[in-house]
Design a protein around this ligand. Structure first.
Ligand code: GTP
Length: 256
């Protein structure tokens, strides 16, 4: 058991228990990509990949963070791609929002099996499955040390889960939004395709907007900018990646 009562399921996990000093952000929103939940599979859920994500979340929890999660749905359904093949965009987006609920339940289940208390709130009412999104209730859950999972995006078509992440982070007054990706920050070009691509340590919101960098959609960046919410982009691959970033260590790009 960890100090906050979480089950440790892997021996290799114990040495990662964080040192509680240097916590840079207290209340955080961690945006989990749907693709990260499928691991090397082409679709759906990979148990090991989900456990790895949970390890990172639990380490951040042990560090003393209040944690909100927004999860994407791309491992199950990608609204924009399906809309491109002819389906009405609004319908495709609603299907994508349902996919985020499936992922939210998978994360909730995996975290609660480890002894972490969670509450899931959906932007689209589905009362038999989870709570509706109520900001003040989310605040109370966070104060009580529960991890809050925000599902169903913003509840509206034509918005991404990145925008939902920024919106919820602003509403519940998170100190930062953390976006875990496959690369260790924002680059001037795709580092997999262009070996001259440069990684930025720091960026201004306007630079991301002007350069049309694909790190987050423009609506999300603009909303973060208007509300002075810092965004950190980092690689989710290291075992301790999220905690490192929260302590100002490792490689990442901060947009503020
Ligand atoms: P406190 O009021 O701080 O004690 O929070 P709580 O979440 O423990 O209390 P509440 O009685 O609101 O919820 C008890 C359980 O029911 C929790 O697991 C909630 O997630 C769940 N719950 C609450 N409202 C709903 C709902 O509308 N739908 C579903 N499916 N579950 C709900």
């Amino acid at each position: 058991m960890t100090p906050r009562g979480i089950k440790i399921i892997s021996k290799t996990f114990t040495h990662l228990m964080p040192n509680k000093t240097d916590l840079k952000y207290k209340r955080i929103l961690f945006k989990v990509s749907g693709e990260a939940m499928m691991g090397d599979k082409g679709f759906g859920h990979d148990v090991d990949a989900i456990q790895r994500i949970c390890n990172q979340i639990i380490l951040a929890y042990e560090l003393g963070c209040e944690i909100c999660l927004v999860v994407g749905g791309g491992n199950i359904f990608r609204g924009i791609s399906v809309a491109a093949t002819g389906m009405e965009r609004a319908s495709a987006d609603y299907m994508g929002m349902l996919a985020t609920c499936i992922n939210g339940l998978a994360l909730q289940n995996a975290l609660e099996k480890r002894g972490v208390q969670t509450r899931m709130q959906s932007a689209i009412r589905m009362d038999s499955i989870c709570e509706p999104y109520i900001k003040r209730k989310a605040d109370r859950h966070l104060e009580k040390g529960r991890i809050v999972i925000f599902a169903a995006g913003t509840g509206n078509p034509f918005f991404t889960t990145d925008t939902a992440a920024v919106l919820r982070a602003v509403e519940v007054k998170c100190d930062v939004i953390l976006k875990g990706t496959q690369v260790d920050g924002v680059y001037s070009a795709d580092p997999k395709l262009d070996k001259n691509a440069v990684r930025y340590e720091k960026m201004k919101y306007n630079d991301v907007i002007k350069q049309e960098l694909k790190v987050m959609d423009q609506t999300a960046i603009t909303l973060a900018k208007d509300n002075k919410l810092p965004i950190i982009v980092f690689s989710i691959k290291g075992e301790n990646a999220l905690c490192d970033v929260l302590q100002g260590k490792g490689k990442f790009t901060i947009i503020n």
